[in-house]
Structure formats: C-alpha cells, structure tokens
Ligand binder design. Sequence first.
Ligand SMILES: [Zn+2]
Length: 512
Amino acid sequence: MPHFYVTTPIYYVNDAPHVGHAYATVNADAVARWHRQIGDEVLFLTGTDEHGQKVARAAEEHKMSPQAWADRLAPRFAETWAALDVANDDFIRTTEPRHHRAVQRFLQRIFDNGYIEPGSYAGWYCVGCEAYKDESELLPGRVCPDHRRPVEWLEQENYFFRLSAFQDRLLEWYRDHPHSVQPETKRNEALSFIKGGLQDISITRTSIDWGVPVPWDPNHVFYVWYDALVNYLTAIGYADGDDGVGEWWPSVHHLIGKEIIRFHCVWWPAMCMAAGIDPPAHVQVHGFLLVGGERLSKTRVAGGGERAVKLTEIAPTALVDDFGVDPIRYHLLREVPLGADGEFSYEGIVSRYNADLANNLGNLMSRVATVVGSKCGGTGPAPRLESRLAGVAAEVVASATAAWERFAPHDALETTWRLIRETNAELEAAEPWRAEPGPEVDGVLGDALQALQIVALLAAPAMPTTCAEVWRRIGLTGRPEDQRLPGAARWGTYPGGGAVEKAPPLFPRRSQ
Ligand SMILES: [Zn+2]
C-alpha cells in the first residue's frame, strides 16, 4: 500500500491560532483525506513549536513558566483543528520526551559525522524570526521586514553547523530532483540563496535554557529552528527506531509558508545529508493571505476610530461560528491557490458561499430532491448509461484526481464544481418539473443523482460533513469518505431505488 506522509509547519505557541495557521492546516488535511480515499496509508502530522526565546518571552510577559505557557497554548491549537474538522493522525509538541530524544540523537549523529564545530558569532538577531539577519535585509532603523520590530545585537559562543560544506551537494541534489520544491518560483528562490554562498550557522544558545540540551555540552540548548525541524522525524519514530526511519521517509510532503523556505529548502536538506539520511522528497510552499475588504480588516477602537486588523488577529473558530465549518474549509481550499498570495475577506467568503455553495451545490441538491419527490414518488431513479453528463463526469474525476495529486485543492474543487454547473444546466434544459412522470424524467433525475454522488465523493476531502449529508439525502448508506476512489466515482454506480430526502437547504443564502 502506498504511504503518504504530509506535515504542516509546527506552530509557535507565542500566540493564539489564526487564519494563516488554518489555511495551511486545512489544506494539508484535505490532501491527507484525499489520499485516504484513494486507499493510501496516510500519516498527517501537525503540532506546536514550544521552545526558543519568542516563547520564553511570551511566557514571561504573562508571568508564567515557559512550560506552563506552552501547556496552556498547545490545546488551543488542537481545539481549533478539532473545530475545523481537521483529522490529523498525530499532534507533536516539541517539549515531549520523544522529541527531545529525537533531536539529541539526530544532532549527535551530525556532530559525530564532523559537521558541528564550536565558534563564536555576533550579529543582528530578530526574536520574531528566531534568526540572525543580514544588515542588508533590514528596514531603516534596523527593523525586521517580517516582524516590523527592531532587531537586537546578539553575541554568542556557540556550536556551528557547517552548512557551507553542503553548497555543492545541495545544488546537485536539486539538479537531480527538479520537482522537489513547488511551485517552481519557490524552488528558484531556494536555489539562488544556495548559489549566493552558504555560511555556517550557529545552532546552539547559552543565552537561554528553554530548549533541548546539547548532549555533548549541556550548558547549551539547541537553537529552536534546529530543534523544530527534527519534529518531522520524531513523529515517525526516529528516536527509537533505526536511522532509516522506515517506510515514511524520505517520501514526505512538507507544506510550508513562503517565509520559511530557507529553513526547509536549504538548512533542512543539508541537516538530513549531514545526519546520513535522504532530504525530504517534496516541499509545497504556500503564499500569504492578505486581509482585504471592510468587515475583517478594520476594528473599532475604544474612544472612536478604527485600526487595521492583522490576519493574525482573526480567530478561525469565530469564522466557523459565523459560517459553519464546511463553508470555511471550502473557502480556505478554494479561494487562494497554494503557492500564490491572495486576499482573504469577509465579503469574499460571503460571495463565494452564495455562488458556489448556496446557488450551485445547495440548489442542485434541493431541486433534485424536490422533483424526485413530486415526479418519482421520492425514490431515486438509476442514471442512464448513455448520457452527456457521463462524459463530463469522467473528465471531472480525472482532472480532480490529478489536481489533488499535485497539491492543488483549488483546482480540484473548481473542476468538481464544473460537474455541478453542467448538471444544473441539464436540468434547466430538460425541465423535468414541467414534464409528465415517465422514463424521460427518471433518466434526467437519475443522471443528476449520479452526478451528486460523484460530487459528494470528490468534495468529501473539503467538506466531509456536507458530503456525508448529500450522500444520505440521495439514499446511500455509509459515508463518501469510506468509499474507494476512483472506482466508487464511476458513472453507473448510483444504484437507484433508494429514498431521496427533501430537507431544508444545505446552505441558506447569506446577505453581506
Ligand atoms: Zn523577524
């Protein structure tokens, strides 16, 4: 059975979960769900990054120990994922003993292989990035361009990872694995960074003690990024098994934001090489959601006036309370293609909800159930084997499958909605609600029910609850996510003869 291992970044517990986190996590979840439906053995990992200065400071500001702070924040991520119907197989916390063991084993191996050496380093450091910054990267006033706050001068006696030794090996690896970073523009970004020359990096700290102790020099803790990246190995048993890490590695898929390309596409593959294991097979990079529109982007402040809202201030659970879980999942998957930047706005959620969910899918479900009730006595007829829609469905299944395979939920859903639109158009042309009951009406409605069955299968990774409800309403047993694709989505599999249920709209229309 093919193995499919997909990861999100692990999220810093310095702040509460926000829509940016939800974007990455829901996309990874939907792709994982797709792979379960096609019968793959799936491991979907997410979790929290709990060490480092940023977390230690957040804890200090709240007069808590870092561990107590992490213990308070980590469940908020887990609860948010539950509220978004995210079905992760594992949730890793970097403060867990299994992770400490994996980090120590991994870095000891690199040390033993001669790629870690003592040295000293001084430079401008952004606590937000947990990274040293080159003077040329900074904005006037020595401000981090990502965090809009001043960097600090940090001087340390540290251990260094000999990243410079890997420049040629990384270039060679990328030449041999041209599709390992998607999209292509992000691969080029990683390549040009490597070609620009790699400097050794400081990987331990003595300035704080909130981290994984260095096994050969316990006055040091590992730098948080070095510790965090190893989570991908911890979860597959690196600490306790052999170094080969079994059938899950290296065929892993890391979904990451574009701000952490350097860590995942330069440092991480080099660290893997240094430890004697293969670099990850695939890094899928996503862009930024930009807050637009009025409703989300401004908030009233005490004393009158407004201020701009940041994406990091929008709680996914508030959106779920407002729209329901499946519409928010659908929006996060459909609106902004993975790899691009895109606008995220309240108005955008409402208009896509009305267009795609209320008017297209919801309307198709309602009219089919109504007409089966009035013309077929409530029993769903079987589809016609010769039907224009059969050809459309075959094309849609093929292109949706290809899109899910290439981490493009946006395209997968767009093509799935083509089947919904064409089915609605067939109904409007045939007008079965005006016709006398009989074989012609049965055929039209049987085709529409077959199309709904296929849509429920193809959209289940995006909207599991809605698709299960469509499945039930058209008289099928079980759940779409438990059917095996592609076989279950073949035209002619809708059996007919089941009770089709008329029920309230799946998606009542919304006003702005
Ligand atoms: Zn920064």
